[in-house]
Design a protein around this ligand. Structure first.
Ligand code: ADP
Ligand code: MG
Length: 359
């Protein structure tokens, strides 16, 4: 079997590395030179909408998936006419647009923070009076790691409008959340979903800093799973979908956004679970069976951004696993992560503090 992956970043790298015993070959498409996944699979340098490349992929592969959610949905539609594509183009199109995403959450009975569509500076001037001063203006498209979003508290409306880099925006009420949580589930071709436990995510400046799993609350776990099921049923989704939530001070889940792919908050599953999110996704789209998910105690995943400290490896013990994506240094770029497992969550928090002091 051959699987094509559109996008050759660290997510593709970890998906490919997760498959050891099955007879699956991979081919990756990426517009950049030497992306992380090119270390482990044949990589074609091409834009995602290049028709020759898409034709080659449809000729060579049995199934296509993505590591990058902003692949043009028209490219996925093109491929869908010829081969199997998971997740489907329609689902990816929804996840690319914060407005469609929020409307789907509401359709599924999932609460979200107050929001309004903004298409012009006039809209922003008219509508922002109905919103608190610290509301957040976000681009509907191409936002990640806190990019293309600003707090109205920090900028004038004109500046905020320009900084979002687009005319297609939404204005969101800031949530005074107690925590941020995510649920990762892989919906099988049968419609059943394999779930990982809830994960707590700590962001700084809009970028994931570290994740701790599991976040143990059976009631919230059941609610998050039921929301995930509603969304994936509605989108006829196959594969891993991740939903990010705010947990309010009243212990209520508000959906923030979702990702139609494996997710940074699930990297701990490589060491922390019997099946990683990466393996679960590939096995799901390849229609291979997946064992029931079991986890090993608590896990923490710490992102390393911008630059990898030279002394890092000497500071880590043998079972503190370092994953280097082989990318060049750049401010706020995700270059690597560390995962640590332990039966005692307080041990992980202590190590977090120690490790954070030198990265
Ligand atoms: P991205 O696609 O960049 O991850 P998010 O909408 O998830 O975009 O925003 C990144 C982070 O910024 C969130 O994880 C959260 O910490 C903060 N944030 C975003 N929107 C809100 C909001 N409405 N209220 C409070 N915090 C927010
Ligand atoms: Mg996010």
């Amino acid at each position: 079997m051959k699987i094509g992956i559109l996008g050759g970043g660290q997510l593709a790298l970890m998906m490919i590395e997760s498959i050891k015993d099955e007879d699956i070959d991979f081919i990756v498409v990426d517009p950049n030179d030497n992306p992380p996944a090119s270390k482990v699979a044949k990589c074609v340098k091409s834009d995602f909408d290049d028709e020759n490349t898409l034709r080659m992929i449809s000729d060579e592969c049995d199934i296509v998936t993505i590591d990058f959610e902003n692949v043009p949905s028209s490219s996925l539609e093109f491929l869908e006419k010829k081969i199997i594509v998971h997740p489907n183009s329609h689902a990816v199109e929804i996840c690319q647009d914060r407005l469609k995403e929020k409307m789907l959450f509401q359709e599924c009975g999932i609460s979200v923070t107050d929001f309004k569509k903004i298409d012009s500076l006039e809209d922003l001037n008219d509508i922002s009076d109905q919103f608190p001063e610290d509301s957040i203006l976000k681009s509907r498209f191409f936002g990640y790691d806190g990019k293309n979003q600003v707090s109205l508290k920090s900028y004038s409306k004109e500046e905020a409008f320009t900084k979002c880099g687009s005319k297609n925006l939404i204005l969101e009420k800031k949530v005074d959340f107690a925590r941020e949580l995510s649920i990762i589930g892989s919906r099988q071709q049968t419609g059943e979903t394999v779930f990982f436990p809830l994960i707590e995510n700590i962001h700084s400046d809009g970028i994931l800093n570290h994740s701790i799993a599991p976040y143990v609350d059976m009631n919230l776990q059941n609610i998050a799973e039921s929301y995930h099921r509603k969304l994936t049923d509605k989108m006829n989704y196959v594969g891993i979908l991740v939903v990010e939530f705010f947990l309010t001070n009243e212990n209520k889940l508000l959906a923030n956004e979702m990702a139609p792919r494996v997710h940074n908050s699930g990297h701990w599953t490589i060491e922390g679970a019997n099946v990683s999110q990466f393996e679960a996704h590939i096995r799901t789209i390849a229609n291979l069976p997946i064992e029931r998910i079991k986890i090993n105690g608590f896990s923490i995943m710490i992102n390393i951004l911008s630059k990898i400290p030279k002394t890092l490896l000497t500071e880590l013990s043998e079972n503190e696993r370092f994953h280097d994506y082989g990318k060049k240094d750049r401010a706020n770029r995700k270059l690597a992560h560390i995962t640590i497992n332990h039966s005692d969550k307080s041990f992980l928090l202590k190590r977090l503090k120690e490790i954070k002091s030198f990265i």
